[in-house]
Design a protein around this ligand. Structure first.
Ligand code: PGA
Length: 249
């Protein structure tokens, strides 16, 4: 495992003010010397971002959103949130390209527009990509990953503010993770794509999909992974801390 590890908590559509209180333990732990080199990023629902930013003010935990609109200027779009509004309440990151948003209509083209808009407002991007089960079964994984990476990042000439999160869709929320040797191969392939097709020299690559305290010892064996995007298991502070501790121990 490399030292500078990222642990991103994607709370999805869960979490109220009580849940926020439970993160105090994580904030406390993040200040310990042992955790000096890790970066924790919380992506709660929009409703908690502001409070999260306040609570984590004296720690190095950062806060992000789970999505945003592709327009960076304000406008008459009922129910939508743009990068400008996120920035104004202290969010530093935004998750874009998540399969749950792709399933609701986010195409590679729209994701590309969202990434450009968020970068313009100086938000950092947690860019998710990954194949579905049927794409995997039809041996389309490589071409799908290539297409998502090249289309979503078209016209972007630096990845300084982008974290890549490989999330096989069939692994999200299912309790199933890829075979370690196969995941290792995928990460090598993704790194090559990023270098060759996108011309970015180095990249931060995370794995996401059913990461939990039980399988983390297996997943952490892949030394080329720079951290984890954790959904379900991040909503429980004890599980999230367990994942972090096991990874760096
Ligand atoms: P999961 O979600 O850990 O619950 O599988 C991961 C994600 O969707 O980012």
């Amino acid at each position: 495992m490399t030292n500078n590890m990222f642990f991103i908590a994607n709370w999805k559509m869960f979490g109220d003010l009580r849940a926020l209180n439970s993160t105090k333990k994580v904030i406390k732990i993040s200040k310990k010397h042992k955790f000096k080199k890790i970066q924790i990023i919380y992506c709660p629902p929009y409703t908690l971002i502001n409070q999260f930013v306040k609570n984590t003010k004296n720690s190095k935990i950062k806060v992000g959103a789970q999505n945003c609109h592709y327009l960076d200027g304000d406008g008459p779009y009922t129910g939508k949130i743009n990068s400008n509004l996120l920035k104004s309440i202290g969010a530093k990151y935004v998750i874009l390209g998540h399969s749950e948003n792709r399933a609701e209509g986010d195409t590679n083209y729209i994701i590309n527009k969202k990434i450009k808009s968020a970068l313009k407002k100086k938000l950092k991007i947690i860019f998710c990509f990954g194949e579905t089960l049927s794409e995997k079964r039809n041996k389309k994984t490589s071409s799908v990953l290539r297409s998502q990476l090249t289309k979503c990042l078209k016209g972007i000439n630096s990845n300084n503010n982008i974290i890549f999160a490989y999330e096989p869709v069939w692994s999200i929320g299912t309790g199933i993770i890829p075979r370690i040797d196969q995941l290792e191969q995928k990460i090598i392939y993704i790194k090559k794509l990023i270098k060759k097709n996108l011309k970015f020299k180095s990249s931060i690559i995370l794995y996401g999909g059913s990461v939990n305290p039980k399988n983390i010892n297996e997943l952490k064996k892949i030394t080329t992974i720079n951290g984890f995007l954790v959904g379900g298991s991040s909503q429980n502070a004890k599980n999230f801390i367990d994942i972090i501790k096991k990874t760096i121990n």
